[in-house]
Design a binder for this molecule. Structure first.
Ligand SMILES: Nc1nc2c(ncn2[C@@H]2O[C@H](COP(=O)(O)OP(=O)(O)OP(=O)(O)O)[C@@H](O)[C@H]2O)c(=O)[nH]1
Ligand SMILES: [Mg+2]
Length: 230
C-alpha cells in the first residue's frame, strides 16, 4: 500500500527569516545562532566569547529560554545589551520572534548579535531565524554518539564546538568518533575543542568568528565603502 507523506509547511518561517536577514544586513550586523542541548554551556560560551571579542566588535545578545530571565541577567551583568525571549513552551526560536525583539536592541550600535537558542538538539536546527552564522555546541558529558543520533544539528551548522573539554579525562568520550561522524555529515567544517570554564581553545574560535563576522558585515555592505566605527 502506498503511504502518503505530507510535509509540514515552513515557508512562512523562511520568508520572515529573509526579512530579518535583510534588516540586519541594513545595519551591518552579523547574527550568530548558538544551538545545543540544555546545559551544554551556551551561555558560558557566549560570556567567554564576549570577553574575547568585545574590544573588536560591539555585541548584543538575545537569550532564548522557555521561561525565566536568568541567562539574560548573566549577560547584562557583563555590561552587554541583552534581551530575554521566552518561548512559553516552544522548543525553538522562530524568525518571527526575532523580528519582534530586534527593536529592543540598539541596532545602530551593534556589530554582532548572539542568539542563544532553546536548549535542544532537534528543533532549533530546523528553523532559520535570519542568522549569518550557526554554531553548534556539544559538551563532553553528553556523549560521543550525538552526531549519529541528531545529524541535522551537525549538518546544518558552520562550526562545531566541543565544550567542557576540561572534562575529557573523566568521561568515556571518543573524540575521534565525533570528528569522523562530523566530517561525514559536514565535510570540511571546523571543529573547536574548548573549555568555556578555563578559556582553553577559545583563541581558534575567536579568530574564526572574527573572520566570519567581517565577511558578514561586508556582505551587507552594498557600496563596498561602509565601515562601522566602534
Ligand atoms: N567544566 C566545565 N563546565 C562548564 C563549561 N562550560 C559550562 N560549564 C558549566 O555547565 C553548566 C551549564 O552551563 P550553561 O552555560 O548555563 O549552559 P547552557 O547551555 O546555557 O544551559 P541552558 O541555558 O540551561 O540550556 C554550568 O554549571 C557551567 O558552569 C566548561 O567548559 N567546563
Ligand atoms: Mg543558557
Amino acid at each position: 500500500m502506498e503511504i502518503k507523506v505530507l510535509h509540514q509547511v515552513m515557508d512562512w518561517n523562511e520568508d520572515v527569516s529573509e526579512e530579518v536577514k535583510n534588516t540586519l544586513a541594513g545595519h551591518h550586523i552579523c547574527m550568530i545562532n548558538l544551538m545545543g542541548s540544555p546545559g551544554a554551556g551556551k551561555t558560558s560560551l557566549i560570556s567567554a566569547l564576549i570577553g574575547k571579542l568585545k574590544s573588536t566588535f560591539r555585541i548584543g545578545v538575545i537569550e532564548g529560554d522557555i521561561a525565566g530571565q536568568v541567562d539574560a541577567e548573566r549577560i547584562a551583568d557583563l555590561g552587554i545589551p541583552a534581551v530575554q525571549l521566552n518561548t512559553d513552551g516552544a522548543c525553538h526560536i522562530e524568525a518571527m520572534s526575532i523580528q519582534h525583539i530586534l527593536p529592543e536592541l540598539p541596532l545602530e550600535d551593534l556589530d554582532v548579535i548572539f542568539v542563544e537558542n532553546i536548549g535542544n538538539l532537534v528543533c532549533p536546527a530546523e528553523f532559520r531565524i535570519g542568522e549569518s552564522l550557526r554554531i553548534t555546541i556539544l559538551s563532553i558529558p553528553e556523549g560521543d554518539d550525538k552526531v549519529e543520533k541528531y545529524p541535522l544539528m551537525f549538518t546544518d551548522t558552520d562550526c562545531l564546538v566541543l565544550n567542557k573539554y576540561d572534562m575529557l579525562p573523566y568521561f568515556d568520550f571518543d573524540e575521534s568518533r565525533v570528528r569522523a561522524n562530523y566530517e561525514t555529515v559536514n565535510p570540511g567544517a571546523p571543529l573547536f575543542c574548548i573549555s568555556s570554564r578555563t578559556g582553553d581553545g577559545l583563541d581558534g574560535l575567536t579568530d574564526f568568528l572574527t573572520e566570519q563576522i567581517r565577511k558578514a558585515q561586508s556582505a551587507g555592505n552594498v557600496t563596498g565603502e561602509y565601515t562601522k566605527e566602534g
